[in-house]
Design a protein around this ligand. Structure first.
Ligand code: GRF
Length: 218
């Protein structure tokens, strides 16, 4: 859905620092931006991302997962909070909860996640550590549509980062994260411009099914 000025309404879900949220806030502040963040929701009351939203004048909600007896009741409350902001797109930006199939289905084709690896490599947690252990020369991050398979939905775009001799988990994570801040606003902008879609289980860009993820950001 759109805001009154015709921009796409986006809700961002965070669990922690929210540096990717900040990148979206900064991008949305540009007069040329085609999207607007109408709400930020966190499952953690103390998430720094909530403070970033407040500082930017964006309404926030907390849906604390520890207060719910099971995933279904948490996801139902989360969906209610999201729908209260009437978004056309939901972005998981460091949102560290596994979501139920019903929830994922409700936002099919309009929910994106950013994951810190070159998917399909290193789905799940501790991606930087695992990339170093595997001895890969290239690592990176991916933005994909969210489907039932954890970190397994169709990938839209990626950033590639060279692994350097002497890298440790923190140095590699830092370099990947700074590139994530280019990647995520770019893909959200494409979505807001109707350039990206999920169709027949595949990611499409500019009317063509992607054979492989687009490399960002040339
Ligand atoms: C990022 O690396 C993102 O890819 C992953 O969690 C991290 C969140 O960082 N899903 P931030 O909260 O955006 O700073």
């Amino acid at each position: 859905m759109s805001t009154t000025d015709g921009r796409l309404a986006v809700v961002v879900l965070v669990s922690g620092s929210g540096s990717n949220l900040q990148a979206l806030i900064d991008a949305a502040a540009s007069p040329a931006s085609r999207f607007c963040i109408t709400g930020v929701i966190s499952n953690r009351p103390g998430a720094l991302g909530l403070q970033r939203a407040v500082a930017a004048g964006i309404p926030t909600r907390v849906v604390d997962h520890t207060l719910f007896p099971d995933r279904h009741s948490f996801d139902a409350a989360l969906a209610e909070a999201i729908d209260g902001f009437s978004p056309g797109l939901v972005v998981l930006a460091g949102f560290m909860r596994i979501l139920t199939s019903d929830f994922v289905g409700r936002y099919a084709g309009r929910m994106l996640n950013i994951h810190p690896s070159l998917l399909p490599e290193f789905q799940g947690l501790h991606t930087h550590r695992r990339a170093l252990e595997a001895g890969v020369r290239e690592h990176g991050a991916s933005v994909h549509f969210v489907t039932d398979e954890l970190d397994g939905g169709p990938v839209i775009a990626q950033v590639r980062v060279a692994v350097k001799t002497g890298d440790d988990e923190a140095s590699l994570a830092g370099r990947v994260l700074s590139r994530e801040h280019e990647l995520l606003p770019q893909v959200v902008d494409w979505f807001a411009s109707d350039r990206v879609a999920l169709r027949d289980g595949r990611a499409w860009l500019d009317g063509k099914a992607l054979q492989e993820p687009v490399e960002c950001c040339a």
